[in-house]
Design a protein around this ligand. Structure first.
Ligand SMILES: CC(C)(COP(=O)(O)OP(=O)(O)OC[C@H]1O[C@@H](n2cnc3c(N)ncnc32)[C@H](O)[C@@H]1OP(=O)(O)O)[C@@H](O)C(=O)NCCC(=O)NCCS
Length: 200
């Protein structure tokens, strides 16, 4: 694999490349095949959220004028009331710490909805580069996201901790079923990188 370069995609370019982006998602997350059409619909909806920003890590094109293969991607947007994830997380934070606590994290938040790197490209700094670039220069005060809560030392949990994100709550079952999630948050700009400390 040649060195991938980061490229920002606007909403239209993101939608045009949704199929290869979904293939990266499928390779990284290995969801049941029948969940992919629904994921496609959700990602297409996300692209219309306010201040949407998407980045891909793209390998050099093999043919002139063609797009290169996508090794990883990250996208997010401004969180607002009326968005499903935002409202669910807001309610849980409010339940745990009251409305001020929920507002502190969610009232002016950049929500990172997806970050995935193809398995054969993992462990080479692409995930960190994508996350850092997505959060760079954002106007929001906080960054919030959810990630699988099966292993507190997973690459994703360690990556997020290394730039200052902490657990807002863990073991959370989003409505509709599925595995437990940790919701994590941090201040923007991201903290300077520190090697991930253990969570225990
Ligand atoms: C999580 C993910 C995006 C990280 O991308 P990546 O390109 O592999 O990560 P990087 O090489 O940039 O490493 C960044 C940090 O992640 C952590 N990390 C990466 N690989 C790791 C591993 N195998 N074990 C433990 N920590 C690891 C480390 O903290 C690392 O920082 P360090 O190298 O300074 O120790 C990628 O592993 C992935 O797509 N995983 C599957 C899907 C997923 O979990 N997505 C996140 C959903 S919220």
């Amino acid at each position: 694999m040649k060195d991938p370069k980061l490229r920002e995609l606007d909403e239209r370019a993101f939608l045009r490349r949704l199929n290869p982006i979904l293939r990266v998602y499928a390779a990284a997350m290995r969801p049941p095949e029948d969940q992919l059409p629904g994921r496609n619909t959700i990602m297409a909806r996300h692209a219309r959220h306010p201040r949407f920003r998407a980045l891909v890590a793209e390998e050099p094109a093999r043919l002139p004028g063609r797009a290169g293969r996508i090794a990883g991607f990250c996208y997010g947007f401004r969180g607002c009331g009326g968005q499903w994830w935002h409202d669910v997380v807001y309610r849980e934070l409010e339940r745990l710490g009251g409305p001020e606590h929920a507002d502190r994290w969610m009232a002016d938040s950049f929500e990172v909805a997806e970050l995935h790197v193809r398995p054969d490209a993992q462990g080479r700094g692409l995930g960190r580069a994508l996350l850092t670039a997505a959060c760079e220069g954002r106007e929001e005060a906080t960054v919030v996201l959810s990630t699988l809560d099966l292993d507190p030392e997973s690459p994703a949990r360690r990556l997020y901790r290394s730039v200052g994100l902490t657990d807002l709550f863990t073991g959370f079952a989003f409505p509709g079923g599925g595995p437990p999630y940790a919701v994590m948050g941090g201040a923007l700009p991201l903290a300077a990188y520190r090697p991930a400390s253990s969570s225990s």
